[in-house]
Design a binder for this molecule. Structure first.
Ligand SMILES: [Zn+2]
Length: 479
C-alpha cells in the first residue's frame, strides 16, 4: 500500500473523516454525535443513536466531552500587512487566530501601509496575503474622502472583491486614512446598495471638551486612565451615531440605499448611543452593532496608572456601563462581537512613561477572544449557542459568508474543538503566537476555555500547540 502523501496544509493525512463528541453545537441545538467532513466541507451531521447504529469504518477522531462548534469569525482585525509587519503581519496574526479557534478574519483597511482604499492598494494586500495566511482572510476596503465621491474608484475596489467598506468619523490615527463625514457616508451607502455589502463605521465625533485635558497636561495625570476617558467621553459616540442615523434611513425598504447596510464597530457607550441604535433598528433601518471583549471584560476603574496595554478608542468605560453592555448583548440589542485586535510595537505603547494620551491606542487580543468571552460571560449565564451566534453566525451574515458560521451540511468544515471547563493562566509559559505577546491586555489573567483543535475547510490547521506546516488559508473575495 502506498503511504498517504503528507498534506502540508493539514496535520491530518486524510481529507475524508469523522469527528465525534458529546457536545456539538448545531443550528438545531447541541447534540451528541458525529460530523462527517469530506473535501473541506461538512457532508453529514448525525446524532448519537444513528452513529451507534451505523458507525463509520473510516477515519474517526473522538473528542469525547469537548465542544465542537463553528470556528470564530472575527470581522474586525488589524493585521498590519503589508507595510507595518513589525506590528503584526499575516503569518503571526493568522497563526494566533488558528491557535485561538478563529477560522476566518476580516482584515481592516488601515494600519497596513498603504491603506486599502483603491483597487491598486487592494492588489498589494492580496499579494501580501498570498501563501502567508493560516486561516481564511477577507478584507474590508476603506471609504475615505478621496474615493467617496469617485464612484468608479469605489466600484473598482468593490469589484476587486472587498467584502464591504470601513470609514471613520474621527481621525483614525493613520495619515493615509482620513476621516469621513455624513455626506461621504451617504454617498458610500448609495454605491454599496448596488453590491449589497455593508459599511462599517468607527462612530466617534470629536466634541468640545470641557475646559481641561489637552496633550499639554502634566505627565502625572496622563498616566491615569480616567484622564484618557475624559478626553473621549461617551458624548463623542452619541454625536456620531446621531449623525449616522440621519443617513441610515436611506437603507430602509424602498429607500434610496436599500440593500446597503450600516454596521457600527466597537460600541463602548451602552447608554445614549445604544438607545439611538435601538431606535433606528425599530424604525427599519438596516443597522447592526458590535462590541468587543475588552469592553465586556474590563472597567475604567480597574485600569492601573500607566498601563497603556488598555488604551483603545472608544475607551473602556465604567463598570456600570459594562453591565449594560452585557445586558444589551444578551437581549440581542448588540448583534455580535469582534476582537478589534489592533497591535503595535511595544515601543509605541510607551510603557516607560505610561502616558495614556500619547501611547498607541489599540488592544491586542486576537488569540484569546474565545476564552475571554467565555470566562467573563460566565456570570451572565453565557451559553454555547450565544457564543456561536455572536462569534460565528452573525459575523458570517455581516460579511456575506454564506457557507460559514454553522455546523451544517454543505458548510465549510471551519470548526473549533475546545474544552470550556479547562482553566489556564495566561502568562509567559503559555504559547502565544501573536508577534508581541507583552502588549496584550489579557496577559496575567486566569481564563477558562482551552482550544484543542482548529479546522479550516477541513484542514486541521492547529492541534495541541502545533500548527500545520503550510499556510493554506484562502483569501475571501466578494463576487
Ligand atoms: Zn479597529
Amino acid at each position: 500500500m502506498p503511504q498517504p502523501s503528507v498534506n502540508e496544509c493539514s496535520l491530518l493525512p486524510h481529507n475524508h473523516y469523522w469527528i465525534t463528541s458529546k457536545r456539538i453545537v448545531t443550528p438545531k441545538g447541541i447534540i451528541s454525535g458525529a460530523v462527517e467532513i469530506n473535501g473541506g466541507n461538512i457532508v453529514s451531521v448525525v446524532g448519537e443513536e444513528d452513529w451507534r447504529r451505523n458507525p463509520s469504518s473510516g477515519q474517526v477522531r473522538d473528542y469525547g466531552e469537548a465542544v465542537i462548534m463553528p470556528g470564530l469569525i472575527d470581522v474586525h482585525a488589524h493585521l498590519d500587512d503589508p507595510g507595518r509587519t513589525e506590528w503584526e503581519g499575516f503569518p503571526s496574526g493568522t497563526r494566533a487566530a488558528a491557535a485561538g479557534g478563529l477560522t476566518t478574519l476580516i482584515d481592516m483597511p488601515l494600519n497596513s501601509f498603504p491603506s486599502t482604499v483603491s483597487e491598486e492598494t487592494f492588489k498589494l494586500k492580496l499579494e501580501a496575503a498570498e501563501g502567508r495566511i493560516y486561516v481564511d482572510v477577507g478584507f474590508w476596503g476603506g471609504l475615505v474622502p478621496e474615493n467617496a465621491f469617485n464612484a468608479s474608484a469605489l466600484e473598482g475596489l468593490l469589484r476587486a472583491g472587498v467584502l464591504g467598506l470601513k470609514s471613520f468619523m474621527c481621525p483614525s490615527g493613520i495619515n493615509d486614512f482620513p476621516m469621513t463625514n455624513a455626506s461621504h457616508i451617504k454617498e458610500g451607502l448609495s454605491i454599496l446598495s448596488k453590491y449589497r455589502r455593508p459599511l462599517l463605521v468607527h462612530a466617534e465625533i470629536k466634541q468640545e471638551l470641557e475646559g481641561y485635558l489637552t496633550l499639554e497636561d502634566s505627565t502625572e495625570s496622563a498616566r491615569s486612565y480616567s484622564t484618557y476617558v475624559k478626553t473621549r467621553p461617551a458624548s463623542w459616540e452619541e454625536a456620531a451615531i446621531r449623525e449616522l442615523l440621519t443617513v441610515t434611513k436611506d437603507t430602509r425598504t424602498g429607500g434610496p440605499a436599500e440593500g446597503a447596510h450600516l454596521h457600527i464597530v466597537h460600541l463602548s457607550d451602552a447608554r445614549c448611543s445604544l438607545d439611538l441604535i435601538k431606535e433606528a433598528k425599530s424604525r427599519g433601518d438596516s443597522v447592526t452593532v458590535e462590541t468587543c471583549p475588552h469592553y465586556l471584560a474590563f472597567s475604567a476603574e480597574e485600569i492601573q496608572d500607566g498601563d497603556t496595554r488598555f488604551k483603545c478608542a472608544p475607551p473602556i468605560r465604567d463598570a456600570a456601563n459594562r453591565e449594560k453592555l452585557w445586558e444589551a448583548l444578551t437581549d440581542g440589542h448588540i448583534d455580535m462581537l469582534s476582537s478589534d485586535h489592533s497591535p503595535t510595537v511595544p515601543e509605541l505603547k510607551l510603557f516607560g512613561t505610561g502616558d495614556f494620551l500619547r501611547a498607541w491606542g489599540g488592544i491586542s487580543s486576537l488569540q484569546f477572544v474565545l476564552p475571554v468571552t467565555w470566562s467573563y460571560g460566565h456570570k451572565y449565564g453565557l451559553t454555547l449557542e450565544q457564543l456561536v451566534s455572536w462569534w460565528s453566525e452573525k459575523p458570517a451574515k455581516l460579511a456575506g459568508l454564506n457557507l460559514k458560521g454553522a455546523i451544517a451540511i454543505g458548510y465549510y468544515a471551519d470548526i473549533v474543538v475546545w474544552e470550556p471547563e479547562v482553566e489556564f493562566d495566561l502568562n509567559d509559559n503559555h504559547p502565544i503566537y501573536l508577534k508581541h505577546p507583552s502588549i496584550s491586555a489579557y496577559l496575567g489573567s486566569r481564563l477558562s476555555g482551552k482550544v484543542l483543535a482548529t479546522f479550516v475547510r477541513g484542514n486541521l490547521v492547529y492541534e495541541e500547540g502545533k500548527h500545520a506546516p503550510a499556510a493554506c488559508g484562502v483569501p475571501i473575495l466578494a463576487r
